[in-house]
Design a protein around this ligand. Structure first.
Ligand SMILES: [Zn+2]
Length: 145
C-alpha cells in the first residue's frame, strides 16, 4: 500500500528545490573562480615581464578611466589582479558591472555576489535627484549581451 503524507511530499520538494539552488550557486562560484584564474594569467602575460616601476606607470595609464560607463562609476580594487578596476552601476535597475582594464576582468551582477562587496559603493552612494529628469532606461542595454 502506497502512503504519501502531504508534508512528506512538500518536504521532499523543498529539499529538491534547495539542492537546485545550491547547485546553481556552486556553479556560479566555480565560474567566478575560473574567471579570476583566467584574468590573473592574462595579467601575468601582459605585465609579468615588466619591471615594477614600468608596470606601475603603464597600469596607472591603463586603468585611469572606466571602460564601462553607466550613470555612476566608482574605482575599486580589482579582485583578480589588485589593480584599479571600475564598478559601474545604475541606481534604478540591476545593472552593475565590474571591469578591470589591466587584466580584462569583466563581471556582471550575477557573478559579482561571489567576488565580495564590490557593488556597495555604487548602490549606496547615490543621489536620487540626478535621475528625476532622465527618460526611462532600457534595461536590455545592460542585460542583453
Ligand atoms: Zn584586474
Amino acid at each position: 500500500m502506497l502512503k504519501v503524507h502531504p508534508n512528506g511530499y512538500w518536504g521532499l520538494y523543498r529539499v529538491l528545490h534547495d539542492n537546485l539552488v545550491d547547485e546553481q550557486v556552486r556553479e556560479e562560484r566555480v565560474a567566478a573562480e575560473a574567471l579570476l584564474v583566467k584574468t590573473r594569467s592574462m595579467f601575468e602575460r601582459h605585465f609579468g615581464h615588466m619591471a615594477r616601476k614600468e608596470r606601475d606607470v603603464v597600469l596607472a595609464a591603463t586603468t585611469s578611466q572606466p571602460m564601462i560607463t553607466m550613470s555612476r562609476e566608482v574605482p575599486k580594487q580589482c579582485p583578480a589582479c589588485g589593480s584599479q578596476g571600475w564598478v559601474a552601476g545604475e541606481a534604478n535597475v540591476e545593472g552593475i558591472a565590474v571591469h578591470c582594464a589591466a587584466c580584462d576582468l569583466e563581471v556582471d551582477s550575477k557573478l559579482l555576489f561571489h567576488l565580495g562587496d564590490l557593488d556597495e559603493d555604487v548602490v549606496l552612494d547615490d543621489d536620487p535627484h540626478h535621475y528625476v529628469d532622465e527618460p526611462p532606461v532600457d534595461e536590455d542595454i545592460y542585460k542583453g549581451r
